[in-house]
Design a protein around this ligand. Structure first.
Ligand SMILES: Nc1nc2c(ncn2[C@@H]2O[C@H](COP(=O)(O)OP(=O)(O)OP(=O)(O)O)[C@@H](O)[C@H]2O)c(=O)[nH]1
Ligand SMILES: O=P(O)(O)OC[C@H]1O[C@H](OP(=O)(O)OP(=O)(O)O)[C@H](O)[C@@H]1O
Ligand SMILES: O=c1cc[nH]c(=O)[nH]1
Length: 424
């Protein structure tokens, strides 16, 4: 029994089978949506795995998508395409097929008369129990069904008139009216699949990550900021323009990050003779850049904090799974300072974690570290926040995912090479 656990859940409910139809009904369930009739077969369950964290104080709302459709209508194909495009390890698929009841010895003897398309063929109680657990973010064991002797695909087309079509008419078609989205042509309908992927991404995106990890801050997006991101992400931008717009964005991230430092109250008298009740900046701070890309953020920090001490950490990339520290030069009294850790890209989180670990070894309290970056991959955020829940992360955008080469996607390529002009 494979174990699945999740904080968000996407569930798919599918009706009995009807050969020849493409996916005819995709149902987005929410607590306010009426439940599908019990006859509608739950066939696929897409569920994001638990992203549990000590920092995950906020209650998490599972997100469940029910998918209905006739036999061989393309439910699995569409769900697989959605999962593939989402590229988010928190999303998993649970198939209603896993909840087939085992056949009794008597039923096995007359398997040709057994109706695999009737809701009674499923252990719906177990399915509901499983969904209930998933929705409350508990891990579940999903049964493995042995199709060896009872493969329905081949039998369904034999049994189309006797079982498949009647079950479709009785149990699947009536659930169609509950659908929020209907996808004609199943896997061929790239536009519909793309729209659904975008919708799920919004649900799983930065908004959710900020809810899961209360120490993650994304600077307020404006069209101006989106415009600058559009420029630096464009592979055809010139190096001077890449530097110019990266610098502008970095400055915004730095200013935002400084806003998370502690302050003391301070009053001043204005030229009108009035008292302004203000605050005083935190004095004990320093910057630490992760060489070399992080050095691109030093000027913005210096421009905001005159005379700030800046240390450096160089982390040698030793394969993509492990990173090895090879150089550090840090202020001697760093343990007494709040640290603004600088690196424009948070990918896997390995570099950031190594750097944070070193700072903590040097005596910097975890909660005194603010990690500033331009773009973050969700994987990197999970990695850092799980290990160091008190570290604050300030970023300007959270991207979709990492690809198989551990590059951020859509990303902006190799930041260091583009900024320092060492790319081709
Ligand atoms: N040509 C074409 N074939 C498709 C499309 N979608 C699915 N198929 C094929 O149709 C067959 C059934 O697709 P599935 O995705 O397994 O259908 P399903 O609804 O999950 O089937 P059951 O689990 O048996 O109910 C597979 O061989 C798919 O490759 C499509 O859009 N176009
Ligand atoms: O989160 P991670 O998966 O560790 O990836 C992020 C690291 O990768 C980049 O540096 P890179 O190794 O490309 O070196 P550079 O700064 O010298 O370009 C980036 O500046 C980070 O330091
Ligand atoms: O996409 C990536 C990942 C790590 N570092 C980068 O500069 N870009």
């Amino acid at each position: 029994m494979p174990e699945k656990s999740m904080d968000d859940v996407m569930e798919a409910a599918a009706g009995a089978h009807f050969s020849g139809l493409r996916l005819d009904s995709l149902r987005f369930s929410s607590p306010s949506t009426p439940a599908s009739p019990s006859s509608a077969r739950a066939s696929q369950v897409l569920s994001p795995e638990a992203a549990s964290s000590a920092a995950a104080a906020a209650p998490r709302q599972p997100f469940v998508i029910g998918v209905s459709g006739g036999t061989a209508s393309g439910k699995t194909t569409v769900c697989d395409m959605i999962i593939q495009q989402l590229h988010d390890h928190r999303v998993v698929l649970v198939n209603q097929d896993s909840f087939y009841r085992g056949l009794t010895a008597e039923e096995s003897k007359h398997v040709q008369d057994y109706n695999f398309d009737h809701p009674d063929a499923f252990d719906t109680e177990q399915l509901l129990e499983c969904m209930g657990k998933l929705k409350s973010a508990h891990s579940v064991n999903v049964p493995l069904y042995d199709f060896k002797n009872h493969r329905r695909c081949s039998e369904s087309f034999r049994k189309y008139g006797r079982f498949v079509k009647p079950a479709f008419d009785d149990f699947v078609l009536p659930s169609k009216k509950y659908a929020d989205v209907i996808i004609p042509r199943g896997g061929d309908n790239h536009v519909a699949i793309d729209l659904i992927v975008q919708h799920i991404r919004t649900k799983l995106g930065q908004h959710d990550l900020c809810k899961i990890y209360t120490n993650v801050y994304v600077i307020q997006s404006t069209f101006q900021i989106r415009g600058m991101h559009t420029l630096i992400r464009d592979r055809d931008i010139t190096t001077p323009d890449f530097v110019f717009y990266s610098d502008r964005l970095i400055r915004l991230v730095v200013e935002h990050g400084l806003g998370h430092l502690p302050f003391t109250e301070k009053q001043v008298v204005t030229p009108t003779g009035s008292v302004y009740m203000g605050v005083d900046f935190c004095k004990k701070l320093c910057g630490v850049s992760i060489v070399r890309s992080g050095e691109s953020m030093e000027n913005a920090l210096r421009a905001c904090c005159k005379g700030i001490k800046i240390g450096k950490i160089l982390i040698h990339r030793d394969g993509d799974n492990g990173k090895q520290l090879i150089y550090e030069k840090l202020p001697k009294d760093i343990s007494e300072r709040h640290v603004l850790l600088l690196d424009p890209v948070l990918g896997t989180g390995n570099s950031a974690n190594q750097a944070i670990e070193l700072l903590i070894q040097k005596g910097v309290p975890e909660s005194w570290i603010i990690f500033l970056n331009l773009i973050s991959a969700p994987e990197g955020i999970h990695c850092v926040c799980k290990r160091f829940p008190s570290v604050k992360i300030v970023t300007s955008e959270i991207d979709v995912a990492l690809n198989e080469d551990f590059r951020v996607i859509p990303g902006l390529g190799e930041f260091g090479d583009r900024y320092f002009g060492t790319d081709n």
